[in-house]
Design a protein around this ligand. Structure first.
Ligand code: HEM
Length: 551
């Protein structure tokens, strides 16, 4: 009896004290990163996160922190006990991103991603991630991507035709179009066909179920609810269906719709593969199923149906929204920089706009794309867009073991010592602000915050220090977990922009702000304040008939 009277409460009390000491007291008093320079707080509950993640303040906040404390500093996460490293230093970022066995995504981030799109490449770690990535890499080979060019060309042509028709029908040949909605539907159609060999028909059908499901899923993340309820739902995803808040009921309903769509697809593909000796289809799902059924694959290397389903879901969301947003941001920057738009049109006029049926052989299509791919100003416009508006603002890692990280240059610590490295303990969180490295004025020059594609003609030498895989930048991350769809996205956005800008002219209609809801999205300023969905309404007019080849 005394065991139950005193033992259980004592044990529970002991666990609480252990938790508080190890998670709250120890990190404050003995964390090695306590010696890193960083802002002080006036209260226990003050956090630096808001200024870092609020898109409207983020650029200035990162710049100020780097000026005062240097490129690597200590910031406060949830409160004073939650000390984190924030580093804009290329040497630190490279060290962390190239050691995925030491630095993994924290379980909270992985749970959040899994809660939305399932446990797949974006959220898996260790052996599971390596196994999934090995299979997925095959699908993204250059040869395989080239086979998707006809799909990309025909969707770009279809979208352009629809916009030309809307502009032609409107008064004075100029219409206002929310380009976000249209481009999201276009990229969803492309990934539907490329990824799974199905025509989702989202471009033609505004009320396409899958498109509306994704829209709802990301829209609901904007809704406010008590942070504790969010934490419980994200940490314990199995509880989500029973949490009666708008966010979790919507997420549960949407995930179940995507689950149903994916399961049907996998079943159909499997039947197709078993019914024919050789299935010629090269869509991602067919390739994953084929790779997964190789006879030499051991059982523990095979992906389960749930894993395949999660990959379907990851490709649908990571592969369509990110690319769509890059094209959308390019249209935004072109609309507010008419001289850049005019110069781009001039360059694009050198390469005719075909619709897919006009191009016959595979070689011709590849040659046509290569010509577009080599256009220097189009390339510079896209690099500049990704530099200023990468879909993914930052990423985060947690140290799985103690480590010592090299700095690019010596740093004065809080105790006055001068160091070229700093130590982290197992469990240390490290923020890597990918976007901040692309707008750093000490790297890119005083005009770094301006949209200037011309800068790509002669970059400051320091840009090379960033060592990112795309134009030195880190917008697609780096290391073994670099974005798998980097080349895919480049192909799609170049084809779309070539079509769209050759035929149409865009102008601004409202003040636009950048908001981060999973990805960086454009919002009409008032809509953002009122929690309404992302949109980019632009005035769209058809170019003079003699210049345009587009009907
Ligand atoms: C402009 C478009 C895109 C941008 C800016 C972008 C950016 C990124 C970034 C920064 C990461 C690393 C995330 C992190 O570590 O926290 C990532 C990972 C990933 N991306 Fe992309 N992405 C784009 C397009 C695509 C496309 C088109 C696909 C698929 C068709 C895709 C699929 C993925 C996947 C599966 C991962 C996880 C890779 C891994 O961890 O092994 N992305 N992307």
């Amino acid at each position: 009896m005394p065991l139950f009277t005193w033992g259980v409460p004592l044990l529970a009390g002991g666990l609480v004290v252990h938790y508080v000491v190890s998670k709250m007291v120890y990190p404050v008093l003995w964390s090695p990163i306590d010696n890193l320079p960083g802002p002080l707080t006036s209260s226990f509950w003050e956090s630096n996160l808001h200024q870092l993640f609020d898109s409207r303040r983020s650029w200035a906040a990162h710049e100020k922190l780097a000026q005062v404390y240097g490129r690597t500093l200590r910031v406060f996460g949830l409160a004073k006990f939650d000390q984190r490293v924030l580093s804009m230093d290329p040497s630190v970022i490279s060290h962390v991103l190239h050691r995925p066995s030491i630095y993994q995504k924290p379980w909270q981030t992985r749970a959040f991603i899994s809660a939305i799109i399932g446990e797949s490449l974006l959220s898996s770690e260790g052996g599971k991630h390596r196994r999934q990535r090995r299979v997925a890499d095959q699908a993204f080979s250059e040869r395989n991507l080239q086979s998707f060019l006809p799909i990309m060309f025909s969707r770009a042509a279809e979208l352009t035709e629809r916009w030309v028709a809307i502009a032609d029908k409107s008064d004075e040949g100029k219409a206002t179009i929310d380009v976000v909605n249209w481009i999201q539907r276009t990229t969803l159609d492309v990934i539907g066909e490329v990824g799974f060999g199905v025509n989702l028909n989202a471009l033609n059908d505004e009320h396409n179920e899958l498109h509306l499901t994704y829209k709802e899923m990301f829209g609901v993340l904007l809704k406010r609810q008590h942070p504790l309820i969010t934490l419980i739902g994200i940490s314990l995803p199995r509880l989500q269906p029973w949490i009666p808040t708008d966010m979790f009921t919507t997420l549960t309903r949407c995930k179940s719709a995507v689950h149903e769509f994916g399961s049907k697809l996998i079943e159909e593909k499997r039947q197709l593969l078993s019914g024919q000796e050789k299935c010629k289809a090269r869509d991602f799902l067919t390739l994953f199923l084929k790779a997964n059924s190789q006879p030499d694959l051991s059982e523990d290397q095979r992906m389960s149906d749930q894993e395949l389903l999660d990959i379907v879901n990851t490709m649908l969301s990571a592969g369509s929204d990110t690319t769509a947003l890059s094209i959308v941001w390019a249209l935004h920057y072109l609309s507010i920089n008419p001289a850049v738009q005019a110069r781009l049109k001039e360059e694009l006029a050198n390469i005719p706009v075909y619709n897919a049926s006009q191009i016959c052989s595979e070689e011709e299509i590849i040659a046509h794309f290569n010509a577009i791919d080599r256009l220097p100003y189009l390339d510079a416009v896209m690099k500049e867009t990704i530099r200023l508006a990468p879909s993914i603002h930052s990423t985060i890692r947690v140290a799985m073991t103690d480590d010592e990280i090299p700095l690019s240059e010596e740093m004065i610590m809080r105790d006055g010592s001068i160091e070229k490295t700093f130590k982290v303990k197992k469990g240390q969180w490290i923020h890597l602000p990918l976007e901040a490295t692309s707008i750093d004025r000490t790297i890119w020059g005083e005009d770094a915050w301006e949209f200037k594609p011309e800068r790509w003609d002669s970059l400051p030498e320091k840009v090379a220090d960033l060592r990112g895989p795309y134009a030195n930048m880190l917008s697609f991350s780096a290391g073994p977990r670099v974005c798998i769809g980097m080349r895919f996205a480049q192909m799609e956005w170049k084809i779309d922009l070539h079509h769209i800008i050759s035929c149409l002219t865009f102008g601004p209609t409202a003040k636009i702000v950048k908001g981060t809801v999973s990805f960086s999205r454009p919002y009409v300023e008032e809509d953002w304040r009122k929690g309404r969905p992302s949109s980019l309404p632009l005035s769209v007019s058809r170019d003079l008939p003699e210049e345009a080849v587009c009907t």
